[in-house]
Design a protein around this ligand. Structure first.
Ligand code: PEP
Ligand code: MN
Length: 293
C-alpha cells in the first residue's frame, strides 16, 4: 500500500516510497542527488551575457556548487520584462559547462522546446507556473534527462506528487522535487517557504527533494537562514540565485546573492551539513517519520 500522509492523501504509486524503493538517486555525471551528498545548484535567474554567466559559474563552482542554474527561457510575471536569450543563452550555458565542469540546469516552458533544451541541459527545470502543464510533463517523460520539478505556487503536495507521477508514467523516473514557496496571505516574503513540505515529501516519496530559498524569500537577506533550515529538515540540496551585480540583474536581483554572500553562506552551512552526516543514532530527531502509515 502506498504511504498515506496523516489520512490526507496517498502518494501516487510510481513516486511512492515502498519497501522495494525507499529512495531514488538521480545521477548527473558523477553527481548524486538524493544520495549522501547535499547538492547545491546556483547561478543567475537568467542568462544575460557570456561575461555574466562565466563569472558566476566560476564563483559558484569555487564556493562548492556542483550545478549551474540559469534561465535561457524565462516565464516572467510581466510580458514587458526580459524574456531570456533563448538558444543563445543555451550556448552560453554549454560554454560555462565546458569551462568549469559544472552540470547545467535550465528551465523548459513548452513541449516544443524540450528537444533543443535537452541537447544543452543536464537537468530540465519545470517552473512553478508550468507544474500542471501536462503536455510538457508528458514530453519530459521521453527527454532522456532528469527533471527538476518545482512546486506550483498554489499546489498542494498531493497535486505536486501527481505531476511527478505524470512524468514517471510517461517514462522518466529521474525526478527531483523542489519546494520554492507557496502563495499565502503573508506579504512580508515573496512566497511562504513550506519547510514542512520537505519531511512530508521525503516520508511519502522516494524522490529527492531540494529547496529554492530565493524564490521563497524574494529578498537576499533571508536566503542563508532558509538554506540552513533546508539542511536541517533533511533536504537533498538547494537551488540558489547568485548574480555578479544583483542591483543590475535583469530579473530577480532583490533575491540574488552576491558572490561574497554565496561563499559565506556555503561556509556557514558546513556545521549543519556535518550534523546531517553524523551517524543516524547520534543525530537529534530531525526528520518526521511517524506521519505516514
Ligand atoms: C526560476 O527558477 O528562476 C523561476 C522562474 O522559478 P519559479 O518557477 O519557482 O518561479
Ligand atoms: Mn528567478
Amino acid at each position: 500500500m502506498n504511504p498515506r500522509w496523516n489520512g490526507q492523501f496517498s502518494c501516487f504509486d510510481l513516486v511512492a516510497k515502498t519497501d522495494r524503493c525507499t529512495r531514488t538517486i538521480v545521477r548527473v555525471g558523477d553527481i548524486e542527488i538524493g544520495g549522501n551528498d547535499f547538492v547545491v545548484m546556483a547561478g543567475p535567474c537568467a542568462v544575460e551575457s557570456e561575461t555574466q554567466l562565466l563569472a558566476t559559474a566560476e564563483a559558484v563552482g569555487r564556493a562548492g556548487a556542483r550545478i549551474l542554474r540559469g534561465g535561457a527561457y524565462k516565464p516572467r510575471s510581466s510580458p514587458y520584462s526580459f524574456q531570456g536569450l533563448g538558444v543563445e543563452g543555451l550556448k552560453i550555458l554549454r560554454k560555462a559547462r565546458e569551462e568549469t565542469g559544472l552540470a547545467i540546469v535550465t528551465e523548459v516552458m513548452s513541449e516544443e522546446d524540450v528537444a533543443v533544451i535537452a541537447e544543452y541541459a543536464d537537468i530540465m527545470q519545470v517552473g512553478t507556473r508550468s507544474m500542471e502543464n501536462f503536455a510538457l510533463l508528458e514530453a519530459l517523460g521521453q527527454c532522456g534527462r532528469p527533471v527538476l520539478l518545482k512546486r506550483g505556487m498554489t499546489a498542494t503536495l498531493e497535486e505536486f506528487l501527481r505531476s511527478a507521477q505524470v512524468i514517471a508514467l510517461a517514462g522518466n523516473p529521474n525526478i527531483i522535487l523542489c519546494e520554492r514557496g507557496i502563495r499565502t496571505f503573508e506579504t512580508a516574503t515573496r512566497n511562504t517557504l513550506d519547510i514542512a513540505a520537505v519531511p512530508v515529501l521525503k516520508t511519502v516519496s522516494h524522490l529527492p527533494v531540494i529547496v529554492d530559498p530565493s524564490h521563497a524569500a524574494g529578498v537576499r537577506s533571508l536566503v542563508p537562514v532558509l538554506s540552513r533550515a533546508a539542511v536541517v529538515v533533511g533536504a537533498d540540496g538547494l537551488l540558489v540565485e547568485v548574480h555578479p551585480n544583483p542591483e543590475r540583474a535583469l530579473s530577480d536581483g532583490d533575491q540574488s546573492l552576491t558572490f561574497a554572500e554565496f561563499r559565506r553562506m556555503m561556509t556557514d552551512l558546513e556545521p549543519y551539513l556535518d550534523l546531517q552526516r553524523e551517524p543516524h543514532e547520534l543525530r537529534p530527531q530531525l526528520l518526521v517519520v511517524g506521519g505516514a502509515d
